[in-house]
Ligand binder design. Structure first.
Ligand SMILES: C[S@@+](CC[C@H](N)C(=O)[O-])C[C@H]1O[C@@H](n2cnc3c(N)ncnc32)[C@H](O)[C@@H]1O
Length: 193
């Protein structure tokens, strides 16, 4: 029996289905919703530990890592201090990896990772904000960081925040960690660069 010319043969249909399945299997992950502002470079664990030490984390603190990569900062905070921590990253591959790491480390009840743009995410209840970004990205975030609750600690690895003087600067293996403590009205009056 022969089919009309416009009906694809079963062999062609099988080939198309196979090609589609192969492409799906080879695809590295979902596409990014937009270009990343910062490439992925993990913070060395010795620096993560120092950032958390500088933050003087206490019960009730809520940590947020902006651009959370494989989740090491929120996961370490939850493991060592038992606090609630979260991270946002625009890259779905990183978010998946962070969730898997949280599972491996047994802290899924304390940490949350979301695929979100750090410029749009709700900084909400955060009392400790960590960042390993870029100077230009820090400066763009500064006006929103200044609105955080007084007492909130902001820690940045490697990059400062223009003329906003840090409360602490600590060098680890030749690179700085900066920490600012939000003071409320005084900080809010500071220029946002
Ligand atoms: C230098 S890595 C730091 C990763 C992690 N915080 C750490 O310390 O190991 C920067 C991260 O920011 C993420 N990123 C870049 N632009 C972003 C954006 N607009 N919103 C959310 N995440 C972003 C990247 O995917 C990357 O994982």
């Amino acid at each position: 029996m022969s089919y009309p010319a416009h009906v694809p043969s079963s062999r062609l249909v099988c080939s198309l289905v196979f090609a589609a399945a192969l492409l799906a299997a080879l695809a590295p992950g979902r596409a990014l919703s937009r270009e990343l502002d910062v490439p992925y470079v993990p913070t060395p664990q010795v620096v993560v530990d120092k950032m958390l030490e500088l933050a003087e984390i206490k019960p009730g603190d809520v940590l947020l890592d902006l651009g959370s990569g494989d989740g090491r900062i929120p996961i370490t905070a939850a493991k060592t201090s038992g606090i609630t921590a979260s991270g946002v990253d625009l890259n779905p591959v990183r978010v998946k990896e962070a969730k898997e790491n949280a599972q491996k480390e047994g802290v899924t009840d304390k940490v949350e990772f979301r695929e979100e743009d750090l410029f749009e995410t709700d900084l909400g209840e955060a009392t400790v904000v960590t960042m390993f970004l870029l100077g230009s990205v820090n400066l763009k975030l500064k006006p929103r960081l200044l609105q955080l609750k007084p007492g909130t600690r902001i820690l940045s690895y490697g990059w400062s925040m223009g003329d906003w003087e840090p409360d602490r600067t600590e060098m680890v293996e030749g690179k700085p960690i900066y920490m600012w403590i939000v003071r409320g009205e005084n900080d809010r009056a500071a220029p946002a660069d």
